[in-house]
Design a protein around this ligand. Structure first.
Ligand code: DP6
Length: 371
């Protein structure tokens, strides 16, 4: 697979206007993507659980323009015009234009909302960029299907290709977004451990997964809802010339290899050891960067210690992972959820900002709402 494959045959822009709505979820990485090369190519493979409740719903309205000079679009969040979102989308459009040659020919209105509070400190880039990529793919699909100059063989858009290209485009918006198109376990980044894996897009985890991991729970403890001091993009760049980068990238490959028998056998203790080590390694990379930084807060550490104590006392399979921030994702199997949720409410919610937390679980990917 190469990028070339996603450059479409010329199609005429015969559709005058339209509107499409997609909802797309967030995801939480188990083996983390941290470090990238040019064009959003990851330095190492990653794997994530697709989430179910944390999602972005985006409506894209499009209408044909007189000329094809500049990109024309407006962005709204919860009905409010957001000009500060425009530079990111402008960059996204510039990166994907070669793969979606209709972009300059249409004017777009992008209306978006999240099921989680914008200020929750939860990254909306994965759900937001994947929802937008899917909307754009639906536009392309309409253009292809309406083009009478294409042969009947060329006109149907295969679902597999649609999802793969949506993931490919989403990656160019935000790396982790390419893991949000489908579910429930998605791999991104070429590795010998996973057949069919690619640096260009996410693929469904192709091997057997034990019952223990079905409907796995993720309760997100919102420790700090403020703006992060260091963005993921800056953090990724600090992996250049990082003293531990080479070993870290190799470790991610090794961890994907180790995860295979764990996912197959359902060994929760080995699963916990691997994912907690991944989370702490991610933050260790941040602390060892130059300049160094810490995104965990005192309450992040208090929660982690409480989780370890409770696990030790009860033998229940509660664990945590972290993304690039202070919030804690508490992960646990569905069958232990009543006791663990009680513990979370009684003991951990006190460490959340304003007592806020979000209950989520593994999900199965994005959905077309209206075409
Ligand atoms: C720590 O996908 O947000 O969540 O590609 O620069 O948009 P950009 O970065 P982003 O990085 C996510 C990093 C992470 C780990 C992960 O999701 O794998």
């Amino acid at each position: 697979m190469t990028e070339q494959q996603f450059i479409p045959k010329a199609y005429s822009k015969t559709v005058e206007s339209g509107k499409v709505t997609w909802e797309s979820p967030s995801n939480i990485a188990l083996v983390k993507y941290w470090g990238k090369k040019k064009d959003q190519i990851p330095e190492n493979p990653s794997i994530s659980f697709t989430l179910n409740n944390c999602k972005t719903i985006t409506t894209l309205t499009f209408s044909k323009k007189e000329n094809a000079f500049d990109f024309e679009f407006d962005v709204y969040l919860d009905g409010e015009k957001k000009d500060d979102f425009k530079p990111k989308i402008q960059t996204f459009f510039e990166r994907i234009e070669v793969y979606l040659p209709f972009l300059r020919y249409y004017k777009f209105k992008i209306e978006t909302k999240n099921t989680f509070p914008h200020s929750s400190g939860i990254a909306s880039s994965a759900s937001g960029m994947s929802a937008l990529a899917l909307c754009l793919m639906s536009v392309e699909k309409q253009l292809i299907q309406a083009d009478a100059t294409l042969s009947t063989v060329e006109r149907p858009v295969d679902e597999n290709y649609f999802n793969q290209k949506a993931s490919f485009l989403a990656r160019l918006g935000s790396g982790s977004a390419c893991r949000s198109i489908e579910g429930d376990l998605i791999v991104w980044g070429q590795t010998d451990a996973i057949e069919g894996s690619s640096d260009l897009f996410g693929v469904k985890y192709p091997y057997q997964v034990h019952e223990n991991f079905k409907a796995y729970q993720d309760t997100i403890l919102l420790v700090d809802k403020g703006e992060k001091q260091v963005s993921s993009t800056v953090g990724h760049n600090l992996m250049y010339n990082h003293p531990y980068a080479k070993n870290r990238f190799q470790q991610a490959h090794d961890n994907l290899e180790k995860l295979k028998p764990i996912l197959e056998s359902g060994d929760l203790n080995d699963f916990i050891a691997l994912i907690e080590s991944e989370a702490l390694t991610l933050h260790a990379m941040m602390m060892a960067s130059m300049p160094y930084f810490i995104l965990m807060k005192p309450n992040t550490l208090k929660i982690i210690n409480k989780i370890w104590e409770f696990r030790q006392e009860t033998g229940l399979h509660i664990s945590f992972t972290l993304d690039a921030g202070a919030n804690v994702h508490v992960l646990y199997p569905k069958k232990e959820s009543s006791e663990i949720l009680k513990f979370i409410k009684n003991e951990l919610v006190a460490y959340c900002q304003n007592g806020h937390y979000i209950c989520d679980q593994i999900g199965f990917g994005a959905k077309l709402i209206k075409n």
